[in-house]
Structures are given as structure tokens and as C-alpha cells.
Design a binder for this molecule. Structure first.
Ligand SMILES: Nc1ncnc2c1ncn2[C@@H]1O[C@H](COP(=O)(O)OP(=O)(O)OP(=O)(O)O)[C@@H](O)[C@H]1O
Ligand code: SF4
Ligand SMILES: [Mg+2]
Length: 403
């Protein structure tokens, strides 16, 4: 018998696992509301460790997550996705802004205040190799939330853990095995079982499949999707690129250097992205229909590096890499505004929408050389530089045109 088995570990102040501490949200009700959220990591120097600057990892973001939906969050490495995930699960203390869960301000709740909420908000981590303690059995790992929250499930911890292992597609007999005995995909399933143990309302999954082989990625994404339908979960799923969140997200937020630059429902975002950065990310998404795999399309390659979040560019942060950047872009930060129902964007010269600064037409010199367009698909010629990247078709436009 392991320490997890029923009866071997005292579970004080027992509570039924089904007894939610907070009300169940009605479908569509705002579960999470984030306003002006910031996280600046201080940079300290010298003997006295004086603050000499800050990494502006998340720099003022606003969004809502409704019960039952999946919000996908995408953006390049270092744009602040994980920091955002850790802020909304309250694993990090924000520098400014607020986080509300079911209408309650949880921004500065302490450990004791957060304890009941820890049941409702769970996180799945990026790396299934480092997020599971190698010295603990699977039973101990998946059963840990019960002990930490002093919850006694009906039938005991062991039975409930074995049920959870079955739910995520693992053999309940593996209860006494150790993480090294499992593959990456299986380990991620263990991480998912642990996250689901206390029947959370919101699950934040930070790049849940990026460490896995492509062949396994779809299985894990499908598992998350099935569990959402079965258990009525709400997800925030973080990913590097749009192809991972494509099938599971209801809405998608695109982040760039600590800001959300576009937030839209999935259909609108894929059919007509408005922010040039979204358009560039979108051009890299493979066309899913195998009959159209050979269709020709173009990929926008952003040339410059992502600037440092210690001193982000003035005005629009994307202006150093944007082919549409004009003088106003370097001077004035664009307002994040809903230009179409359900589609908000922060851009002076959006794609597929009226120009927000029509008088400002002279391109910045950096804009002229900001991107290269590469033709992909059957018989594609060598990479070409085109003068008008706005002519690039997104995968869905290419598929529609070729139909
Ligand atoms: N604890 C920390 N102290 C200082 N800087 C940090 C800390 N955590 C993150 N950062 C910085 O904040 C920025 C955002 O990091 P974050 O991990 O949130 O990015 P990300 O979008 O998740 O990247 P990736 O896709 O590579 O996981 C980065 O520049 C990172 O170096
Ligand atoms: S057009 Fe201007 S505001 Fe819009 S993304 Fe490009 S640089 Fe930013
Ligand atoms: Mg990350």
C-alpha cells in the first residue's frame, strides 16, 4: 500500500470532492475578468541591488473568459504568455491591474484566501518532463490535490485517482508507477488528471503539447476537447502558434511584447485577421484540408528580432517589424478597439477594416524592408521579396480562392 491508499494518510477536515466552494457558473457567464493586468519583473544591479529597470513581461492586458468557452492565447516566445497564465492562476503577484473570478476580486488574495479558489482554477504546465516529481508515484502525484485541499473523495483517494487515470486514457493499474516509466504524451495525461482532480472550473494550459511529438499533440488536444464537453470545463490554452489552438478555441487572443494586439472569435480571426502581426502568424498555419495541401499560398516572414521587453518600442510595439508602419505608429500607441462585432484590434492601419489613421500614409523606412514573402506549396519558386504583403492570402482565403 502506498501513502495514497485510503486509510493510510490522515485526511483532516474531510469534504466531499463534489462540494464546490463557489457557485457553479451559468454557461456564458463571465468566469474570469482581467483588467489592466501588468507584471514588471524588476532588474536589480550593484551591491545595493538597486532597481535599474524592469522586464515588462505583461504590460496592461484586458480580457474576459466566459464559462464553457476556450480562449486560445498565441504569440512568439517571450511575449508574456506564461507570465499571463501565472498571473490569472495567481501563481504570480501582478504589478498592476485586477483579476476577478466569478465577480470576486482575487488580485491580492493571500495563501489562505486563495486556498478555496485553488480548487476552481488549475494549471497544466508546458513541460511534462519537469512538472512531475520523479520521486513520487503517479498515485501520489494525481492524489496530491486531495491531500493539499483536505478533500476526501467518495470511495477514497486511490479509487478516485484510478478513475481519473481512466478518464485521461491511462491504465488505472499504473497507479504505483513512476513518471520515468511513461512517455511524454502519457506524462501530459498525468498532468491533466492532476489538474482535473478537484473538478476545477477554469483550467489554464500553458503550451500543453509543445514538448510532445507532432503525432501525439493531436491526441492530447483532442483529449482536452473531449474533457471539456464531458466535464463542462472552461479553458485558457496558451500556444506558440495558431495551428495548435485552431480546433479547440472559441476565441483567440494574439499577444505581442506583453500586449494583446488582437482578440476575436476563431472564425473571424482565421477568415480575416486585422492586425498585421496576426496576418503574419496566420500565414504560417498549414492548410488543414489534405486535398488542398498542394495549394499555393504565401508565408510572411518577419525579418527583425522581437525587441526587448525591457525597453519596448514607442507607439505601437510592432512598428519595428511591420510593413505598414507609418509615422503615427512610432509615435502613438493604437487603442485596442472593437472594429467588428467580436473582433478587437490595436492598429492604426488594420487589415480587412477601415484605416484608423487614413491621413498618415508615408511608410517608415524600416517598414519597406520589414518582411519577406515566401511562396509555399506545390512547385513554389525560391523565396521572393514582394512589395505588398497585404496581398498575401491567409490559408482560409487561399482555400476559398482555390475552391
Ligand atoms: N521571473 C522572471 N524574472 C525576470 N524576467 C522574467 C521572469 N519570468 C519571465 N521573465 C521575462 O518575461 C518575458 C516573458 O516571459 P514568458 O515566459 O511569460 O514568455 P512566453 O511568451 O511564455 O515565452 P515562451 O513561449 O518561450 O514560453 C521574457 O522576456 C522573460 O525573460
Ligand atoms: S500598422 Fe502601425 S499600428 Fe498597425 S501593427 Fe503596423 S505598426 Fe502597429
Ligand atoms: Mg511560456
Amino acid at each position: 500500500m502506498t501513502s495514497d491508499d485510503k486509510g493510510s494518510t490522515p485526511v483532516p477536515a474531510q469534504r466531499s470532492v463534489g462540494a464546490a466552494l463557489t457557485e457553479d457558473p451559468a454557461p456564458g457567464e463571465v468566469l474570469l475578468r482581467v483588467s489592466g493586468l501588468q507584471k514588471h519583473f524588476p532588474i536589480r544591479k550593484g551591491l545595493l541591488q538597486r532597481q535599474s529597470g524592469a522586464v515588462k513581461a505583461v504590460d496592461g492586458i484586458d480580457f474576459e473568459v466566459r464559462a464553457g468557452e476556450t480562449l486560445g492565447v498565441v504569440g512568439e516566445s517571450g511575449c508574456g504568455k506564461s507570465t499571463m497564465g501565472r498571473l490569472i492562476t495567481r501563481l504570480l503577484e501582478p504589478t498592476a491591474g485586477t483579476v476577478e473570478f466569478q465577480g470576486r476580486d482575487i488580485t491580492h488574495l493571500g495563501v489562505a484566501g486563495m486556498r478555496p479558489l485553488r480548487r476552481d482554477v488549475q494549471m497544466i504546465f508546458q513541460d511534462p518532463y519537469s512538472s512531475l516529481n520523479p520521486r513520487h508515484t503517479i498515485g501520489t502525484i494525481v492524489g496530491a490535490p486531495f491531500r493539499l485541499q483536505r478533500v476526501s473523495p467518495e470511495g477514497g483517494v486511490k479509487k478516485e485517482v484510478q478513475r481519473l487515470l481512466e478518464v485521461v486514457g491511462l491504465n488505472p493499474e499504473h497507479y504505483n508507477r513512476y513518471p520515468h516509466e511513461f512517455s511524454g504524451g502519457q506524462r501530459q495525461r498525468i498532468g491533466i488528471a492532476r489538474a482535473l482532480a478537484l473538478k476545477p472550473k477554469l483550467v489554464v494550459a500553458d503550451e500543453p503539447v509543445s514538448a510532445l511529438d507532432v503525432s501525439i499533440q493531436a491526441q492530447v488536444v483532442n483529449l482536452l476537447d473531449d474533457l471539456q464537453t464531458e466535464l463542462g470545463l472552461t479553458y485558457v490554452i496558451i500556444a506558440h502558434d495558431l495551428s495548435v489552438v485552431r480546433h479547440v478555441s472559441d476565441r483567440i487572443a494574439v499577444m505581442y511584447l506583453g500586449k494583446i494586439v488582437e482578440l476575436a472569435d476563431r472564425k473571424s480571426l482565421y477568415a480575416s485577421p486585422m492586425h498585421p502581426y496576426t496576418k503574419a502568424l496566420m500565414s504560417a498555419v498549414p492548410i488543414p484540408d489534405p486535398r488542398r495541401r498542394t495549394a499555393k499560398s504565401e508565408r510572411i516572414l518577419l525579418k527583425g528580432d522581437v525587441p526587448s521587453p525591457i525597453s519596448p518600442p514607442s507607439g505601437c510595439r510592432f512598428h519595428t517589424r511591420c510593413w505598414k508602419a507609418t509615422e503615427i505608429c512610432a509615435r502613438q500607441e493604437p487603442v485596442f478597439v472593437e472594429l467588428r462585432p467580436g473582433q478587437s484590434v490595436a492598429c492604426h492601419h488594420p487589415e480587412n477594416a477601415a484605416d484608423q489613421a487614413p491621413g498618415d500614409t508615408v511608410l517608415l523606412s524600416a517598414a519597406v524592408d520589414a518582411v519577406a514573402v515566401v511562396a509555399v506549396g506545390k512547385d513554389a519558386p525560391a523565396p521572393t521579396h514582394v512589395s505588398d504583403p497585404s496581398q498575401v492570402r491567409t490559408p482560409s482565403e487561399a482555400a476559398a480562392d482555390d475552391a
